[in-house]
Design a protein around this ligand. Structure first.
Ligand SMILES: [Zn+2]
Length: 162
């Protein structure tokens, strides 16, 4: 069974209002209204009326300094698995736990919680690419955390090519 996926576009290259390049900004703000995405530089955002829709704030990526290549491989694998699983209703718990794991590793950045189609989603931005992933939020109380931990450990420690 597949779920209805929200299709949230990547960040725009320039501010919606003044057309400045967002990569040069210290922060930028993203507004999500009826699945339409608008990005604003800090100045334009501050001049706007407070939005009622979902929005989030991002610091553009300048340089990527990662030290442990094994860890990066593991994270890249976890991210690839998460993307593969998104849209399938059979692995919602694994998806959510993987997203939390990747957010802790700063591969993903949590942005906003939204309700669509009667379902609660958390929006995560892939820090390296500004891609937005929407992950269905799981009620932790109903989750067999031990089982999910085992599944995720399997995913993360699976043998690569040897
Ligand atoms: Zn602007």
């Amino acid at each position: 069974m597949t779920l209805q996926q929200l299709d949230i576009p990547r960040r725009n290259a320039t501010c919606q209002q003044c057309l400045q390049k967002l990569a040069n900004e210290e922060f930028y703000f993203s507004l999500l209204e009826e699945s339409q995405r608008q990005d604003f530089c800090k100045c334009c955002w501050e001049q706007k009326n407070k939005p009622t829709a979902s929005f989030w704030k991002t610091r553009p990526l300048k340089t990527q300094s990662q030290s442990n290549p094994l860890l990066i491989q593991k994270e890249a694998r976890a991210l690839a698995h998460l993307k593969e699983m998104l849209g399938s209703s059979d692995t919602l718990e694994e998806q959510f736990f993987l997203a939390l794991f990747l957010a802790r590793k700063k591969v993903l950045s949590f942005k906003e919680e939204i309700t669509k189609y009667g379902t609660l989603y958390q929006l995560f931005e892939v820090v390296a690419t500004a891609e937005i992933l929407n992950v269905q939020k799981i009620n932790m109380l109903t989750v067999d955390a031990a089982k999910v931990q085992i599944e995720i450990a399997k995913i993360l420690n699976e043998k690569t090519c040897d």
